[in-house]
Design a protein around this ligand. Sequence first.
Ligand code: HEM
Length: 642
Amino acid sequence: MEAIDSFSKIAEKLDARVVLPLASVVTWLIYKKYEPTGLKSSTLLLLVVPGLLSGALRTHFPTLLHTVAVVYIRYWTLLTLLIVAYRISPFHPLAAYPGPLLCKVSKLWHAYIVWRYGKSFRYVQELHEQYGEIVRIGPNELSVCHKDIATAVLGPKGLPRGPYYDTREHEEGVSLDGLRDMTVHTSRRRPWARGMNSTAMKYYEGLIKSTVDDLLAGLHKRGGQKLDISAWMTFFGFDFMGHMAFSYDYRMLKEGRDESGLAHMIERALIDAAWLSHIPWAIPFAKTFGGSSAWDEIKVVGETTVKRRIDAGFQHPDLFHHLLDEGGSEPERPSLVTAAIDGQLAIIAGSDTAATTLAHLWYFLLTNPLCFKLLRKEVDETFPHGEDAASDLAKQSAMPYLNACINETLRLYPPVLTGLQRRVIAGSGGKMIGPYFVPEETQVSLWAYSIQRDPQHYSPLPNTFWPERWLVQEQYTLPSGDTITQEQVHTNRDVFMPFSQGPMVCAGKNVALAEMRAVVCAVMQQFDFEIADKAPFETWEDDIALDEVVGIVHSGSKAKGVGRFILPVANTLYLYTRLPLKTDVAALYGIVFCIAAAASGKNVGQGGKDNEKRQRAVSDQNHAAAIAAHPLLPIFRQYTRD
Ligand code: HEM
């Protein structure tokens, strides 16, 4: 009783005008210094603190509801303003780096772009075109295209992963691709190294060959019909990964369809994770309030596959055999859960990626008849007299034009289209990337799509499919027919990163390259294609990469956009100095309004105008899903050499 009395006495003396701003400032300082993201800390700082303050200031307002409304609104409003003001101020450590205002204010903007348009790689590329090789794409995040990125960021002395990868953490644990601690990552990668060594590869080669046979049989069966070539690449990708990871046959090629809906499930799950990855502080909330049904479905399918494999026991040296260390090579065997998570990762990371690359490659070959002709010539010469083109992987890896075509496809459309995010850790003193200093606790993102289309790294024609740039020769013929010399061609292999680079390079790189080479050689050797309907081919790239995203940069970041933002902020600050409730509501409105106003550009909020396209944009958020939604339907016919 005494305690309550003394609390009431103190509370009466409190001045709301001092206490509330003070509380907001302290909370802001805590956020600025420690970046707390857990559910508990967020609940404490954002709900409990203003709740306690409401209790303390109860006597200052006519009703409890009034008190709660005033306290919460004022506390959150000032906190938001402090955060925003600091991020756009010249005192922020990244103030010197250019970027759109909304990116500097919050990563919510980027999350919104991903959620609304999906193709944020196009957005980031436009930012680079506008601002140069280094752009501030978040309050604490830079996207860099400088030539030193590979060594400085991805190399052995590079940086660990950033919080973007926190969505990879599931109830059971984290998959290899989500491990941010370099030491833990190194030890977890050991079974993968065994699962990808030359002995293991020998076994996978047989699987590639038999899966290619299934593909060829499926295509022969449907000869003379229009076939969605990208769907068949997806069937191949999943069937091969099923065999390789778990000795399991998804039977997509045999059935000619994805009966289990696995590919679609993974596309949906990746869409769910895509926008959330940009705001990792929201992950605990998203998990608490529902999570992703697609991830739940994948979990069920994954668990069934793992159980089936365990019940069957060791029969083949598949990837799971190595991940579980069935051979007993490690002093301590990895747990079943860890092996299961990473085995499922192989399906998720390895199926869509190879399939989308192959889909793009067919698209480029079919729309560039000269390239098709050159590649066919190389296939025919390498495998004369009907020699089986799918079986000799060593010969395939030495085919210069084939590898140039694959590289060029991976350059223009790296299947991992999101940025590879790394973080400069606290206490490291910062990091130099070329001439740029990146302060501690800053995220650095490398967007292969932007880097690999940057004219300073790939010229001429950085946006054109021109496989010759990968060949070493004295003279080059451009698609126009003009010839240029070696000195006029610049191909910077150091920044070629479709598989990433360094200690966290794609664990399946060699397998992926082997399977893609085998598919292309075998199909080229046996089939001719006829494009029955030209229209989808003409618009395909625009359709899947969604031009709609392009243009946000200009509409959201020009002086008019900044003006739209500053006015409501000033308005809000002015209103904030008034105390009655209605001005607090106005202040909150001001915040919402200023964000909405700054966000509104010609692309945002025009839903009524072009609703059909917008609807499609939402369903196209994942690249593989976009490809699936825009089928390429050539007719396959038997090819016989003259
Ligand atoms: C064209 C095909 C592929 C491409 C372009 C590709 C690309 C990539 C990229 C860029 C990363 C780094 C991701 C990041 O750090 O965010 C990665 C990681 C990974 N990929 Fe691939 N991948 C392909 C196929 C495969 C295949 C077939 C497998 C499995 C057999 C696989 C397994 C993995 C694994 C396990 C990781 C995580 C590596 C680590 O964290 O150490 N990938 N891949």
